[in-house]
Design a protein. Structure first.
Length: 321
């Protein structure tokens, strides 16, 4: 199929593009390069520089004829979203409205949306499944949930069949180092650990060491970005086969703590990784782990590469170059 990946030059977008190309699809990346990198565009992949705020531009591109849209372009820092909600409202919700309206106008059949575990808010039980209450505790999670609600209506009223994929913590790099772009000013844990291992960052600040977890540091469900990408190709296959929209979690299936990540990184990189434990980050839950049973059932998908050592070694192969 002919796939348009909006946000296709980003860290996740590049891995999603790679997976669709490996599965034989024709891929075009649409990206404003605000955080995406042109070096992430592959040979054989078309690239169009553009912004989701440019409705006419989106229509013009989509009229070229695509079978499916993968919509990833959004700001993703939960912390920043609480300080600058207006920026997140315009880009994550306003941008989504333009993309959805252009898709509906252009008769696009399938729509894959990168949603987030942040739609759940504070966990009431673990592992979190898709029946968990939807009560975002940060504005970023609110924007993702709002887009999911728009998708429900566009399915009903415009026949747009969608897959909303609720990502847990994406990490790692392509196992064959085919994606080499490093995120600029990362906020997520593993890139920060990698920069510290490289010596381009002085230390890792550990946000809280007094959580009710085995070593006191925060536990998250890390999913290898290639497993995440495989969830996208599996979701499109399911949409094409059943014509029924779906919402699933995509998680790696194992809870890893901050301190476990740091000590494993020391072991694998052979580098010292200084860290300092400070206060908790407001809004952080102690532990977040996903049930991906629904994705296994609906998509026949399960994580293959999300083990701790693979997450770190695949990242280190890129960062150490
Ligand atoms: C992971 C763990 C931190 C940085 C966010 C979004 C979520 C999703 C993934 C897009 C936590 C700790 C981190 C640091 C630290 N984004 N940490 N020092 O907050 O789980 O999720 O990114 O979909 O929606 O909310 O990811 O990587 O920021 O944090 O101690 O310098 O690492 O406290 O326990 P998070 P993260």
């Amino acid at each position: 199929m002919n796939i348009l990946i909006i946000g296709g030059a980003g860290y996740i977008g590049a891995h999603v593009a790679r997976e669709f190309m490996d599965a034989g699809h024709k891929v075009t990346a649409y990206d404003n390069l605000s955080s995406g990198l042109e070096q992430n565009i592959f040979d054989g992949e078309d690239f169009i520089e553009g912004d989701t705020m440019d409705f006419i531009g989106l229509i013009d591109v989509m009229r070229r004829g695509f079978d499916a849209i993968v919509y990833l372009a959004a700001f993703k820092s939960a912390g920043e979203s609480m300080l600058r909600p207006e920026k997140y409202a315009v880009n994550n919700i306003g941008g989504a409205i333009h993309v959805l309206n252009a898709a509906a106008e252009s008769g696009i059949k399938y729509f894959i949306f990168s949603s987030s575990a942040a739609v759940y808010g504070d966990p009431q039980y673990l592992p979190i499944d898709e029946k968990h209450p939807l009560n975002p505790s940060n504005f970023y999670g609110f924007t993702k949930l709002e887009v999911e609600r728009l998708l429900e209506w566009y399915d009903k009223l415009k026949g747009l069949r969608y897959a909303a994929l609720r990502y847990f913590n994406a990490a790692g790099y392509d196992l064959n180092q085919r994606v080499t772009g490093l995120e600029r000013n990362p906020a997520n844990l593993l890139p920060i650990i990698m920069e510290t291992a490289c010596g381009t960052r002085k230390e890792v600040i550990v946000f809280g060491g007094d959580y009710d977890t085995p070593d006191g540091s925060g536990v998250r469900d890390y999913i290898h970005v290639t497993d995440l990408a495989r969830g996208h190709t599996a979701a499109l296959e399911a949409l094409a086969k059943t014509g029924t929209s779906l919402v699933v979690n995509l998680g790696g299936g194992n809870g890893i703590s901050v301190l476990e990540m740091i000590s494993a990184a020391k072991r694998i990189t052979g580098r010292d990784i200084p860290y300092r434990i400070t206060d908790r980050r407001p809004g952080d839950p102690a532990k977040l782990t996903a049930s991906s049973e629904k994705a296994r059932g609906l998509l026949g998908w399960k994580a293959l590469y999300s083990g701790l050592d693979t997450l770190i070694s695949s990242s280190w192969k890129v960062y150490s170059k």
